[in-house]
Design a protein around this ligand. Sequence first.
Ligand SMILES: *[C@@H]1O[C@H](CO)[C@@H](O)[C@H](O)[C@H]1NC(C)=O
Ligand SMILES: *[C@@H]1O[C@H](CO)[C@@H](O)[C@H](O)[C@H]1NC(C)=O
Ligand SMILES: *[C@@H]1O[C@H](CO)[C@@H](O)[C@H](O)[C@H]1NC(C)=O
Ligand SMILES: *[C@@H]1O[C@H](CO)[C@@H](O)[C@H](O)[C@H]1NC(C)=O
Ligand SMILES: *[C@@H]1O[C@H](CO)[C@@H](O)[C@H](O)[C@H]1NC(C)=O
Ligand SMILES: *[C@@H]1O[C@H](CO)[C@@H](O)[C@H](O)[C@H]1NC(C)=O
Length: 338
Amino acid sequence: MKALLIHLFSIWILLIQFLHLGICGSCNSLSKRCEMRTDKLDKLLCNGGFQKNYLNSTSVHPRIIVICQVMSSSFDPAFISNFPQLYRLSVINSPNISKFTQPFPNHRLQVLNLTRLGLVHLHHNTFEGLINLRTLDLSHNKLKQLDRHIVEHLSQLQQIFLRSNNWDCDPHLKWVLNPLLGKKLMDANQMTCGVSKYKGKPVLAVMSFIKNLRNECPKIDSKSCNCSLDLIVWSPNKDYLVPVTTVNCSRLDLDHFPPSIPSNTTTLLLTGNKISDISPLLTNPKYLDVSDIYLDENQIFNIDKLEGADWLTKFRVFSLKSNKITAKKQSNRKNLLW
Ligand SMILES: *[C@@H]1O[C@H](CO)[C@@H](O)[C@H](O)[C@H]1NC(C)=O
Ligand SMILES: *[C@@H]1O[C@H](CO)[C@@H](O)[C@H](O)[C@H]1NC(C)=O
Ligand SMILES: *[C@@H]1O[C@H](CO)[C@@H](O)[C@H](O)[C@H]1NC(C)=O
Ligand SMILES: *[C@@H]1O[C@H](CO)[C@@H](O)[C@H](O)[C@H]1NC(C)=O
Ligand SMILES: *[C@@H]1O[C@H](CO)[C@@H](O)[C@H](O)[C@H]1NC(C)=O
Ligand SMILES: *[C@@H]1O[C@H](CO)[C@@H](O)[C@H](O)[C@H]1NC(C)=O
């Protein structure tokens, strides 16, 4: 019995030692300091921040530095100038770090891992001095935007990781669709938008809806409509995304319907124009799927043509306030307004 207890006790001790080693190795040790790995003499692990007394040490030439659990809200990367042989730097698991106090210095660093920080914004020249940078991990931060310049100007960059951020999915982010830059994005399919309108929706899909909408947004005699992606929702079976869009061509002095409108237009606003002919609703297939049309304050006299049209069976709102309609028959459709 005693022997068994002693045996169990020694297993317990071994287990503790094993856990302790494991924890140290992954930069989670409780002590707040830097230490060289004993098995890998070129790797410096720092918990809680970089320790300045390593700066002038002539015996320490780490090629890898891992810094974690930094409590402060900003981080100064200048110290890497003291380690010209450094090729991999990780500053990780420090959600309080929201920014860098200055750009990274000129350095031949190849891998920069900045995962699980609280980065909110990166200045466009933050990484400009890292001319040899090949891999950049910015996953699990709070970034809303990433200036295209950051990716474009790192000529050696091959891999960038950006998932789990708060991407605002603003038109500025459309560089993710650029084939040259996009192919460096290793986790593009896992990137999701963080703003409420598109929250949780895949960045690539949202950006391509926005791009298509902008390309197809009508311009008529140098006058531009305003097209916006208001919302994006999953289909009932969650197998594809359905955009909800508004195309606003109000008060542009138009005397006819735009010849073409973006695919997937949900709401079309044509208020305050000089339109009199509504036949495009019957003849132009682009208009078949629009569910809300506002034609208030135009010069429409007659809507008899619409009788029996396909479109009339599908629409949600057809608003004709302040026109000059002389109705022959009273419509019994609730949403036909004039
Ligand atoms: C490193 O050395 C320089 C000059 O030798 C000195 O000015 C600096 O204070 C030293 N830094 C540290 C952290 O000891
Ligand atoms: C973040 O900062 C707060 C105080 O401002 C501190 O209590 C907390 O431990 C810090 N978190 C980390 C992970 O360092
Ligand atoms: C960055 O570090 C984290 C945590 O150690 C790791 O999971 C991730 O794979 C690293 N990223 C890259 C690109 O190596
Ligand atoms: C277009 O509409 C959006 C949303 O309604 C608005 O934020 C934006 O300022 C408008 N742009 C123009 C040029 O009117
Ligand atoms: C219109 O929406 C469908 C899915 O609802 C999508 O497959 C298609 O690409 C969209 N068209 C454009 C031009 O965005
Ligand atoms: C549509 O555009 C007009 C003129 O620019 C503007 O007054 C109106 O508020 C816009 N409507 C919507 C719903 O964005």
